[in-house]
Design a protein around this ligand. Structure first.
Ligand SMILES: Cc1cc2nc3c(=O)[nH]c(=O)nc-3n(C[C@H](O)[C@H](O)[C@H](O)COP(=O)(O)OP(=O)(O)OC[C@H]3O[C@@H](n4cnc5c(N)ncnc54)[C@H](O)[C@@H]3O)c2cc1C
Length: 364
């Protein structure tokens, strides 16, 4: 398929407006990957009267931001195990949910440009291997063979993990939501949570712009906005969102060579194939965290294939650059829950249901 204009890379599906129920046994606040996964896993375990509230369309927060990396290559053993379980779930996702989530296991390539990064990545690779992972260190020339866009002279080494890759998070959100609805979950989109009634350590009701739902239990899955919702119940949730920029290169007439999800530790620049072009991302390193509702920060100059230190890696920017010209940019809040969305749902299910969790396929 030749795509000239990338206008709607993540179509979000809104179900027709549903009447707001007057009461629910559990109300989930937020309809991203975490909220929909929690809804599905609780419903699968037999919980009834679940209501999920989303102020916009499902996935419209961080979760449907284009083409997310899925990996088990972390440095912390807990994160590695969560990533491994999520990869297993995503590998079986199509079979279980009868949907294609666009999983492409093209591998992850972490680039080291100095000794400090090399030691850090070697250490992480050792821990990953100890936990059964298949990541391995490669030389600069091998990294160039795996990803021909890289200049090996800019590298001291890289780690390559062939099982990792990327998928389309909006499709995962949609699949969880549809499966949850089939199991009886009520999903209310276009419904904004305005306040929570909570006193004596217990929740009584959720107030929304469409009415009030009485409930004894709420689960906050509002991602970057969780602190605000926690405060409505008098609970401090220490969430510190940071922004991340993404951009697309222009679409060509034929696909570029397939490369792994490639992440440059020095600049935080990452990229991977997107149709006949590339999708790129970078963190705003000088920005710190933010929590200013409604404030849109300008896209920093950082996201250019030729920016500062990226130039040595990928060559100069512009139409003739090895990656191509960036035609679209976007910023949004970032945490690393999408990889863990599957496990997050299972974890919350265990916390809610405790020991009376029925054994079976849902025990995750
Ligand atoms: C550009 C970008 C690239 C990323 N890349 C990756 C990646 O490669 N790999 C990875 O694992 N992660 C990545 N992430 C992070 C990942 O997308 C998030 O960690 C994940 O989607 C968070 O899911 P969530 O369900 O917790 O939050 P969200 O998806 O943000 O869901 C929270 C929902 O709560 C709703 N909400 C908030 N307040 C209210 C209210 N008052 N009333 C009703 N609803 C409300 C919001 O509308 C939102 O839909 C990336 C994020 C961005 C922005």
């Amino acid at each position: 398929m030749l795509v000239k204009h990338v206008d709607n890379i993540v179509p979000l599906v809104k179900t027709p407006g549903r009447p707001l129920p007057a009461a629910g046994d559990i109300v989930i606040l937020g309809g991203g990957i975490m909220g929909t996964s929690i809804a599905y896993h609780l419903a699968e375990a037999g919980v009834k009267n679940i209501v999920l509230i989303e102020r916009n369309a499902l996935g419209s927060g961080s979760s449907a931001k284009p083409l997310g990396g899925v990996r088990a290559t972390f440095s912390d053993p807990g994160n590695i195990r969560l990533g491994q379980r999520s990869l297993e779930a995503f590998e079986r996702f199509g079979e279980k949910f009868r949907t294609d989530i666009g999983l492409r296991q093209v591998g992850y390539l972490f680039l080291c440009r100095n000794e400090a990064e090399l030691l850090q990545v070697e250490d992480s690779t050792h821990i990953q291997n100890h936990l059964g992972g298949s990541s391995r260190m490669v030389t600069p020339d091998q990294a160039h063979q795996i990803n021909p866009f890289l200049d090996p002279r800019a590298l001291v080494a890289a780690s390559y993990s062939p099982r990792d890759g990327f998928a389309q998070p909006s499709k995962v959100v949609q699949a969880y939501a549809e499966a949850a609805q089939q199991l009886g979950v009520t999903i209310c989109q276009d419904t904004e949570i305005l306040d929570l009634d909570a006193g004596g350590g217990e929740v009584q009701a959720v107030h929304t712009n469409r009415g009030t739902i009485r409930t004894p239990t709420v689960i906050c899955a509002a991602g970057a906005w969780s602190t605000r919702l926690g405060a409505m119940a008098g609970v401090h949730l220490p969430i510190e969102p940071v922004r991340r920029q993404i951009g697309m290169t222009a679409q060509g007439s034929k696909p570029l060579p397939t490369v792994p999800f490639t992440l440059d530790l020095s600049t935080t620049l990452y990229f991977h194939n997107y149709l006949n072009g590339m999708l790129l991302g970078i963190s705003n390193q000088d920005q710190g965290t933010w929590f200013l509702p409604g404030v849109r920060l300008p896209v920093a100059a950082g996201l250019q294939p030729g920016c500062g230190n990226c130039r040595t890696l990928l060559g100069p920017p512009g139409p003739g650059s090895r990656l191509g010209r960036i035609v679209r940019k976007h910023t949004g809040p970032q945490r690393h829950d999408r990889v863990f969305g599957h496990c997050g749902g299972i974890h919350v299910r265990h916390r809610i249901l405790g020991s009376w969790l029925p054994a079976g396929p849902g025990s995750g």
